[in-house]
Design a protein. Structure first.
Length: 172
């Protein structure tokens, strides 16, 4: 396949899913190439890649993980998605009850915490979000593409009390 581009100007995301045949041997179940899609807030384009309904995951669940209804996170489960953030765009401050692994595939992104401190994470960098309040900001002149893996986690306890989730979808 020639390299088709998404609206962000980055390549389409290739998704390859494996499984098992009737003899228990490994097979390729599906392959697709999809663009990210602009979210209603207009600050990023996203593509849901896969979800699991539970943690630990159930490899006997034959549901296509992309077809499961998932918000930013999936209660009791996990989510992987690709996010393209255009130049000059930023997310709202938010927190989820999950551990999030963000892998910067292309470009760079600024991560800001609720006290205003900031770090720039460059291409190839990996972010581990542990239930903290934060915002993403693309201060560069190029689209930033990040793969995010979010796994449900109990709320962080501060002085014995759970910190509340604060999801972007609750703000719109």
């Amino acid at each position: 396949m020639s390299e088709a581009l998404s609206d962000s100007g980055l390549p389409l995301v290739q998704r390859v899913v494996t499984g098992h045949d009737e003899n228990g041997r490994a097979i390729f179940k599906s392959e697709d190439f999809s663009p990210t899609k602009l979210i209603p807030a207009g600050d990023a384009s996203m593509l849901l890649i896969w979800t699991t309904a539970t943690v630990p995951a159930d490899n006997n669940d034959e549901t296509d993980g992309r077809e499961r209804d998932a918000g930013l996170t999936l209660n009791k489960g996990s989510v992987i998605r690709v996010v393209d953030t255009p130049p000059g765009k930023e997310s709202p401050m938010h927190r989820t009850n999950s551990i999030d692994y963000g892998i910067v595939l292309k470009g760079e992104i600024e991560l800001e915490l609720d006290d205003g401190t900031k770090k720039t994470v460059h291409e190839g960098g990996i972010i581990i979000q542990r239930g903290t309040i934060h915002r993403w900001r693309n201060t560069s002149d190029k689209v930033c593409r990040i793969a995010f893996i979010l796994i449900e986690a109990p709320a962080y306890l501060h002085n014995g009390k759970p910190l509340e989730e604060d999801k972007p979808e609750d703000k719109h």
